[in-house]
Every structure is written in structure tokens, then in C-alpha cells.
Design a protein around this ligand. Sequence first.
Ligand SMILES: [Zn+2]
Ligand SMILES: [Zn+2]
Length: 93
Amino acid sequence: MRRPLGCNGKPGDSGRKAHARKNQPPCSKCKEASNHAKRERTRGQANPRKVHPCGTPAAARRHRYNDEPLDFACKVAEATYRAEQRKLATKKY
Ligand SMILES: [Zn+2]
Ligand SMILES: [Zn+2]
């Protein structure tokens, strides 16, 4: 059972919504379908972890984290990023 179905026979949040429209509390089936859909959604957002390519501050951080030597592109990116952060920090309004 991968996607639980609500009592309307559909996966996702639609069963719970149908109950809500009728001012009913969702039944256990629809609750489960709705929770599952929510879980799927959050996982879907969290899952695509794209690896930042070299030449970005994030890649430089990854190199440090993995104890890898920093390549030129990443060194430049990190230096630029730090300079920008410094500029932002000292900016007066
Ligand atoms: Zn239901
Ligand atoms: Zn790199």
C-alpha cells in the first residue's frame, strides 16, 4: 500500500477536503490519505538535493566539509562571497 485512498477512492487531500466542505471531521481513511499526501509533499520538496557546482560558496563549503582541497573556482567564489558578506555587515543605513 503506497498511497492510501480516502473514502472517496482518491489518494491525496481531496477526501479530507470533501469532509471539510460538508462540515464533517475526516474519517480515518481520509485522514491517512491526507497525512500521506502531506508527507509526500514535504519529502518531494526536501528530496531534490542538488549538488552545487564548483565556483559557488556552497561548493566551497562542501569541499571544506569533506576535507577536500579547494579548487581555484571555489576559492574565488568563497572569497567573493566573504567580501560581499563583509560589505553587507559594514553597510550603514
Ligand atoms: Zn472519508
Ligand atoms: Zn570546487
